[in-house]
Write a protein that binds this ligand. Sequence first.
Ligand SMILES: CC(C)(COP(=O)(O)OP(=O)(O)OC[C@H]1O[C@@H](n2cnc3c(N)ncnc32)[C@H](O)[C@@H]1OP(=O)(O)O)[C@@H](O)C(=O)NCCC(=O)NCCS
Length: 200
Amino acid sequence: MIGKIDVSRETCSCFTGAVVDLLLPIHTDRLTIRLLVPEDLERHAAIMGNPEVVRFLYEDPLTADEAFQHLLRRFGTGSPAEGEWRNFAVDADGVLVGEVGFSLVSSQHRSAEVGYMFDPDFNGNGFATESVRVMVDLCFDLLHAHRVVGRLDARNRASAAVLERLGFQQEALFRQNEFVKGEWTDELVYAILENEWQER
Ligand SMILES: CC(C)(COP(=O)(O)OP(=O)(O)OC[C@H]1O[C@@H](n2cnc3c(N)ncnc32)[C@H](O)[C@@H]1OP(=O)(O)O)[C@@H](O)C(=O)NCCC(=O)NCCS
C-alpha cells in the first residue's frame, strides 16, 4: 500500500517502473503528500529558517532568498535518477507541516534513502512517522529497492525514533564521519530490507 492506494505488483503490475507523479497526491489517514509548489514558499522558508529544524542538518537557518533557491531545487518530478532526491510537501488539514523525500542511492545495488523535516509546532503527532512510511513504500514498490536507509547525526534522537518506529535497525555508528558547521559529527545509519518491510 502507498497511502491508501494498493500498488502491489500482484494487483497492479502497470505501475512497474512508473513515475511517482501518477500516484500523487497520496492520502494517509491524516495527511496529504503532494508535489511542492511555488505557493509553499512562505511555509518552506519558515521551516528552513528555523534553527531548531536545521540543528542537525547540513544547512544553517536559511534566509528568505536562500529558502526560495532551496525550494526551486525541490520542484523535480518523476522517479529520481541515481543520486537524485524527490521531495514532497506534507499537508495536515491544508497546512504544510513538513516535507519528506526519497533518493535512489544505487540502481545496481537497489538501495534508497529517506529524508524528512517538520515544523516543530507539529512535532509529537506522529506526522513524520506516518509520511515517512509512505516514502519507504515508494522506495520498495516504485524504485524496487532492496534496502532503504536513513542517515542522521547521532545526536538527533527524534529522527532515530522515527526510523525505529518504522522498524529500521541501527546498523552503524560512524565516529566523527562528517565535518558540519565547524565540528566533527558522528553519523548513524539505519536500514530496513525489503523482506523485513513486507513482513511488518
Ligand atoms: C525528526 C523529526 C521529523 C521528528 O519529529 P517527531 O514529531 O518527533 O516525529 P513524529 O511526527 O513521528 O511524532 C512522534 C511523536 O508523536 C507521538 N505520536 C502521537 N501520535 C502518534 C501517532 N499516531 N503515530 C506515531 N506517533 C505518534 C509519538 O509517541 C512521538 O512522541 P515522543 O516524541 O514523545 O516519543 C523532527 O524532529 C524534525 O523535523 N527535526 C528537524 C529536521 C530533522 O532533523 N530531520 C531529520 C534529519 S536526519
